[in-house]
Ligand binder design. Sequence first.
Ligand SMILES: [Zn+2]
Length: 474
Amino acid sequence: MSRIRFYNTFSKQIETFEPIEPGKVKIYSCGPTVYSYPHIGNFRSFLMADLLKRFFEFKGYSVTHIMNITDVGHLLEDADEGADKLEEAARREKKDPLQIAQFYTDSFMAAAELLTMKPADNYPKATDHIDEMIAMVQVLIDNGHAYVVGRNVYYDVTTFTDYGKLSGNTLDDLNAGVRIEVNSEKKNPQDFALWKHDPKHLQQWDSPWGRGFPGWHIECSAMSVKYLGEQFDFHTGGEDNIFPHHECEIAQTEGATGKKWVNYWMHGRFLMFDGEKMSKSKGNLYTIQELIEKGFKKNAIRYALISSHYRQNYNFTFAGLKAAEQAIDKISQCVFTIKQKSKADSSETIRDEVTAFIDKGISGFDAALSDDLNISKALATVFELVKEANKLADITAAEATAIVAAIEKIDSVLGILEEADDSIPAEIADLAERRKQAKLAKDWAAADAIRDEIATKGFVLEDMPGHEYRIKKN
Ligand SMILES: [Zn+2]
C-alpha cells in the first residue's frame, strides 16, 4: 500500500497521513453561508473535500464527513462588526432570515446533487446549536481565554500562544495593519467576538450574558467537536477561510479543550474565470444551475472543477468546459465500445497484457492521488488505461468485465461517468440493434425511420466506426 501524503496548511509541509483511529477518517468542512446562490468558486473547495473523501473510501477507509450550514453570525467582509449576511439578504428580499436560510440551503443541496457530491453524514445548522456554542464560550470565560464587556464576549488572542500559526500572521504584523476601530471595548485589536449584543439583529437568543447572537467562528468549533470529537483528522475549506475564520476556530477549540484539535488542514485555492478574479461586479459568479441552462453538462462542470490541483488557481472557461465534455466522452466511449466488442466472445480468458495495463492504471491512479491529491497525474493514468483498452482489436467477455470494473472503480473517486449505458431501456436497445441490421442490409429508409423513433423516445443514437453505435439519453 502506497503511503498517503498531504500538504498541511498548518505545518506548511507535505506530511505522511496517519489516521487517529486505524481505518477511519474524520473530516470537517466549512460549508456554505446560506444567504445567496452558491457559485462555482464555492464548489471548487466543496469538491476538493468530496474528492478527498471519495479517495479515502477508494482506499478502504470508513469516512465520517460533517459539513456545517452557516445561517447566523457570518458578518459582511468576514468582519467582527457590521451587517450579518443572512440578515442583509432577509432585508433585501423582505423575508424572514430562516426562510432565506432554507431557500439557499435547498439551492446548495440541489447543486451539490447535480455535481454528484457524496452527501455528508450530517449538515448541522448553526441556529440548531446555540446551546453548544454558549457552553463552549462559558468554558473559555472560565479558563481565562475570553472576557465579558457589557453584553458582549470576546476572545483574548494574547492568551493563546499559537494564534497566527495557521495563517502565518503574527500579532505584531496584524496590529500594524489594523484599522482604528470605533469599538474600543476590546483589550487587543485582534480580539474577536464570541457572543454579540445588538438589539437590531433579527435572530436573538438568551444567554448568560443577555440576549444576543453567536460570532461566526464559534459555530464550527462547537459543532465539529459535537459530531467528530475533540480531535479529528481533517478540516477543509477555501483559502479565504484560513484567516480569520480557521485561525480563530483553532484558538477557540484548543483553548476550550486544551488538546490538539485537527491533524491536517486542507485549503483549496481560488478559482479564476477567464483569467479574471470572480466577483459580483464582473458578473462571472456563475451558479451550477446557470451553467446547465447554458447547455453545459453537469458532469463536465464537476470534471472541470476537480481537474486541476487544489493548491493551484484554476482558470475556469467555457472552452475548458467543452474540453471536459470531450474528456468524459473519451472514457465513456471506451466503456461502451468494450461492452459492445465483448458480446462476440464469451471466453473467460484474460490475457496477461490486459491484466498488466489494468493493474498499472489502478495503481498509478492510487499513487497519484496518494501524493497530495495529484489529480492531473491521476487523470493521465486513466487516459493511458483507456488508450490501451482501445488498442485491443478483440476482447473476451472476462477482459471486458475486468476493464469496465477498473474504470468504474476509478470513477468511484472521479464521479463523472453517468449511468447512461446501464439505464438504456431494453426497448431502445432492441431498436438500436434492429437499426444496425437495417444498415447492414443497406435499407437506409428503415434505418432512418428507426433512428427517428428512438429520438421521439428521448434517446440519441450516435454512429461509431465499424457499424458500432452508442445510445445516450437526450
Ligand atoms: Zn467554519
